[in-house]
Design a protein around this ligand. Structure first.
Ligand code: FAD
Length: 477
């Protein structure tokens, strides 16, 4: 066990301030600190004596070295969109926040435009736009992409809507630059596709949630942009039909099936009631909906024809009750808006208890049916809103409070509800965190899903890379 961490002294605070300069060291009485102290759902609120906004890798390294020497905790923060409390400083006011948002350079694109080296503080949307300017695609994509930053995406091994075709963030990285806990810099910014020279250090830092090192830059893979994308929206009566449609779509489109998301009726209701301009695509209500993309490498209408044939065949087989294929980019965007606005719109249905789980794809209908029963046992009348990345077996199993229940009383059921839902996930061989990570929220759950050997290996890695335990203490482990 490392020695206990120290409270930052006034001398350390002054020294750290000189590293970044006064404009970028926000003290406890600086009102600009507010944006760094609470995470998106308001579940975690912290205090800090200092928010530091370094402008270079060298400044990050100097900060880490000083904090390591003083045994003071550092909490890396990027876009502050993480959903498990990892980026929020603790309530005791002893942790220093290290914001990476000023590391904004695009360091280079290779001649063949197959890779791009970027600094950690660019937003995901900016990285995607930079790839587009090169005529290429960086396929990581999610509803938070205007705010989350690429360093945060890699630290959480983010998922999103492009995983079906391109994999998680991990699969989209060739190399990293990382500042270690003691301030040394690991320059692993290689752009090789194949490199079997020893242990893969890159993969240790991706998904480490800031507990093993601070990502300051990354070499990202760029892929060809699709020449055309057809977006379809289907209404279905049963979850088994959603699975049947997924299998049919995969068989017909293969790798051209680039997104397959599902939504429940309750989700469509909250979005169409509360999001300006959002409309139900169909005249009648249906229990389930699917949003899918089929991409094509040639702009010859093949993608649209495949989507139309898929929907016609699925309707003829009784899988799909109604369907539409977008006939313009504006229409496709409006259909995607229904999916992307779902978590935000759910706030209008009162308090909600959230889960981010995965099970093997064929088990999804059984999981959702089983979870509905366990939720009803914990809180009769609670309203499940399962939605998300069906094609990845990943459900955001959110549960809204019963209509007439007090919100605080409902949220007090978070633990028993989570225990019950996660119990079912574990029984089905699934994961209690498909894409959001562990952070502080699920740390105590980890022992339930990891073996003693796995936990021991994880602790050994932490002790080797951060022997004083200054990086994001109390997160993950
Ligand atoms: C509306 C909405 C939709 C979302 N949709 C998705 C989705 O589809 N898929 C998905 O996976 N997630 C999703 N998320 C969650 C979130 O956007 C991701 O986890 C994202 O990758 C976090 O990036 P960030 O820049 O905001 O990181 P932060 O929230 O700032 O940090 C997240 C974690 O990474 C650590 N960290 C941050 N930067 C660094 C760094 N440079 N080096 C080391 N550690 C670091 C932090 O300490 C923290 O533990 C969504 C969130 C919202 C609010």
């Amino acid at each position: 066990m490392p020695n206990p961490l120290a409270i930052p002294s006034p001398e350390l605070i002054a020294r750290l301030g000189t590293i970044v300069g006064p404009a970028h060291a926000l003290g406890a009485d600086d009102e600009r600190q507010a944006a760094y102290l609470v995470e998106p759902r308001g579940k975690y609120r912290g205090r800090t004596p200092l928010v530091l906004r370094p402008g270079s890798t060298a400044e990050v390294a100097a900060i880490a070295a000083a904090c390591n020497e003083a045994r003071v905790a550092l909490v890396p923060q990027s876009g502050n969109t993480g959903l498990v409390g990892g980026q929020t400083p603790g309530e005791d006011g002893a942790e220093i926040v290290l914001s990476l948002g000023r590391l904004r350079q695009i360091r280079g694109v290779d001649q063949a435009r197959t890779s791009m080296i970027v600094e950690a503080g660019l937003t995901l949307a900016e990285v995607r736009a930079a790839a587009e300017r090169e005529g290429r695609l960086f396929p990581l994509s999610m509803a938070s992409e205007g705010s989350c930053q690429i360093g945060g995406n890699l630290a959480t091994n983010a998922g999103g809507v492009g995983v079906l075709a391109h994999g998680n963030a991990r699969q989209q990285v060739l190399g990293l630059e990382v500042v270690l806990a003691d301030g040394r810099v690991w320059d692993g910014l290689r752009t090789l596709k194949k490199d079997n020279t020893g242990y893969d250090l890159r993969d240790l830092f991706i998904g480490c949630e800031g507990t093993l090192g601070i990502i300051t830059a990354a070499a990202l893979k760029l892929v060809p942009r699709p020449a055309e994308v057809a977006t379809a929206f289907a209404a279905l009566s049963r979850l088994e039909d959603v699975l049947a449609l997924f299998q049919h779509a995969e068989a017909m489109a293969g790798g051209a099936l680039t997104a397959f998301e599902f939504l429940p009726r309750f989700g469509i209701e909250v979005v169409t009631q509360h999001v300006p301009g959002a409309r139900d695509p169909f005249p009648d209500p249906h229990p389930w909906y699917v949003l899918l993309d089929i991409s094509g490498s040639t702009a010859d209408g093949t993608a649209e024809r495949t989507a139309l044939t898929l929907m016609a065949e699925a309707a003829a087989a009784g899988i799909v009750a109604d369907a539409t294929v977008a006939d313009s980019l504006a229409r496709a965007r409006a259909l995607w808006r229904l999916r992307e606005a779902m978590s935000e719109a759910q706030k209008h249905a009162g308090g909600s208890i959230k889960h981010d789980i995965s099970v093997p794809v064929p088990l999804l209908p059984a999981f959702i049916a089983g979870a509905g029963c366990v939720v009803e046992r914990v809180c009769p009348g609670a309203r499940p809103m399962p939605f998300g990345h069906f094609g990845d077996g990943n459900v955001h199993y959110n549960v809204s409070q019963p209509r007439d229940m007090d919100t605080a009383r409902f949220l007090a059921l978070w633990q028993p509800m989570q225990d019950a839902v996660h119990g079912l996930v574990v029984e089905m061989g699934g994961s209690i965190s498909a894409e959001h990570g562990i952070g502080r929220m699920k740390r105590d759950e980890l022992a339930r899903v990891k073996s003693a050997v796995e936990l021991d290996l994880m602790r050994s890695l932490k002790a080797a890379l951060d022997p004083n335990g200054i990086l994001n203490p109390g997160r993950v482990l």
